[in-house]
Design a protein around this ligand. Structure first.
Ligand code: ARG
Length: 497
């Protein structure tokens, strides 16, 4: 092995003095760089193709560099590259390449670029793939929620405010509320993608380079949608990562809220849902226990993802232009936040799909706590043209007295306004009973987005259409980057054939 290969080629010239293992380990980003290693090979290949096209390097050099890079692409990157003595994957690959292709050719790989534009190009390539995976997972969660809603259009349940019985609704309505939240999470990630998938390459250290590099060419062959145009901004900004992490944190907050509901609904005093055993644990001492641990861990993961987001935020908040090594410390937060979110969302899909909802229990609770009192007040307004506040007070007073019978309502009305008699206006016990029925109350709530079965039917139709449109967007993006990769590799192979 060439002696040079054993060293970090970047350090050879300027610096002397051996570094301790502890020091190299502290400075190295190698561990986190495993996430961007594959992307780095693509970036190297694209850079060489550009240098060749622009005649910055001779074809002879191209023919020495590309086989070595393609070998890493085809066979995987050798472990040697990941040694901690290299500051990062970029130094590792370059050093190994110089070892295998020789210094004459290998030493030309880094013409017209810097690790500063290189690393952030790699991050963006990896991140766009992760974003698309995350968006695909969200499509699945939404699909499960819509399918469950379709099964539970008529599953009546109590709706809550302040966690108190408020008004009856349906399980479909409740689940579709979450589908909307996940749909906005999808939109946020899609929007972030437009700023992630831009190429910083050609920015070099920050001031671009005197070589006639072709930034548009490398951007196109790497499947980017455009350039991060200002070269100082290109190496310095990580706001694309911050917004992605913010979006993931919000997504995880929505996930956490849903988990909280599943946890409450699966308690023995609520019993609206039974989670599949696979997602639950038992106790080492209490043999009867079935605990919703998966939902609990997910609820906690939202905190971890927020930690990744805030860690990344704090890393950049005081940095002057342009590249500062602090940025290296930000990157693991991206992968950690992504990983936590990805694992959670994947499990959420199956946890929801396998959950068993107890329609009878939900129906039993739907009418409790005077949950149809609003509809009774509204009915008095509609039938007898009395002001809503008067009706609200009458019904409220009757609730205070303990029941919503005709006698109690009449008494309450007289107490509040001696001139008013609901009986004289035509109110009967039968009319009251009819209005207090949860199904009746739900059926009236047909406004767009409401819980009435007819409104839910429309909502399910609309949400399915939106889901289809969103999955086309993901497919288009996946196809574009897969095609770019394929063309990049075959272009490189053709050049050396
Ligand atoms: N490992 C570095 C990072 O992750 C790559 C860029 C290093 N640049 C430098 N000037 N030291 O940010």
């Amino acid at each position: 092995m060439d002696e040079r290969m054993r060293k970090d080629v970047v350090r050879l010239g300027r610096l002397s003095g051996e570094r301790t293992g502890e020091m190299t380990h502290f400075l190295s980003s190698m561990h986190a760089d495993r996430h961007i290693a594959d992307a780095d090979i693509l970036v190297d290949i694209a850079h060489v193709l550009m240098l060749d096209k622009q005649k910055i390097i001779d074809r002879k050099v191209t023919k020495q560099l590309l086989p070595a890079l393609l070998a890493m692409y085809d066979n995987g990157i050798c472990e040697e590259v990941f040694d901690d003595r290299f500051e990062d994957i970029h130094a590792g690959i370059e050093s190994v390449l110089i070892g295998s292709a020789g210094a004459e050719a290998g030493g030309r790989l880094h013409i017209g670029r810097s690790r500063n534009d290189e690393v952030v190009t790699c991050i963006r390539i990896k991140l766009r793939e992760e974003l698309l995976k995350q968006m695909s997972a969200l499509l699945k969660v939404r699909g499960v929620l819509i399918a469950l809603a379709a099964q539970h259009k008529d599953s009546v349940m109590p709706g809550f405010t302040h966690l108190q019985h408020a008004q009856p609704t349906t399980l479909a309505h409740h689940l579709l509320a979450y589908e909307q939240a996940f749909s906005r999470d999808f939109d946020r990630l899609r929007d972030a993608y437009t700023r992630v998938n831009l190429s910083p390459l050609g920015a070099a250290a920050f001031a671009s380079t005197g070589y006639s590099v072709n930034r548009d060419y490398t951007a196109a062959i790497l499947g980017f949608d455009g350039l991060v145009i200002n070269t100082m901004d290109a190496v310095a900004t990580r706001d694309f990562a911050l917004e992605t992490l913010a979006d993931l944190a919000i997504l995880m907050v929505n996930t956490s809220r849903l988990c909280e509901e599943l946890i409450i609904w699966s308690t023995s005093f609520v019993r609206f849902v039974s989670l599949d055993d696979a997602f639950c644990s038992t106790s080492s001492i209490m043999p009867q226990k079935k605990n919703p641990d998966t939902a609990e861990i997910m609820r906690a993961k939202s905190g971890s993802v927020f930690g990744s987001f805030s860690g990344a935020m704090m890393t950049v908040k005081g940095l002057p232009m342009s590249y500062n090594r602090d940025l290296q410390e930000l990157t693991p937060n991206i992968w950690r936040g992504m990983q936590d979110t990805k694992e959670s969302i994947r499990l959420l899909i199956d946890m929801l799909a396998s959950a068993k909802f107890d329609k009878e229990r939900m129906r039993e609770e739907a009418g409790k706590g005077f949950s149809t009192a609003t509809e009774l007040a509204d009915s008095l307004v509609r039938a007898y043209n009395i002001p809503f506040r008067t009706a609200h007070n009458i019904v409220g007073r009757a609730v205070q007295k303990g029941d919503l019978s005709l006698g109690t309502l009449e008494e309450a009305a007289r107490e509040l306004d001696s001139g008013i008699s609901l009986v004289k206006k035509g109110l009967t016990q039968e009319k009251i009973n009819n209005v207090l029925d949860p199904e009746y109350s739900i059926g009236l709530r047909k406004a767009p987005g409401g819980p009435a079965p007819v409104a839910i039917k429309g909502a399910i139709h609309d949400r399915r259409k939106q889901l289809d449109a969103d999955s086309v967007i993901v497919d288009q993006k996946l196809t574009k980057i897969a095609k770019a990769r394929e063309e990049l590799i075959s272009k490189a192979r053709r050049l050396i054939a």
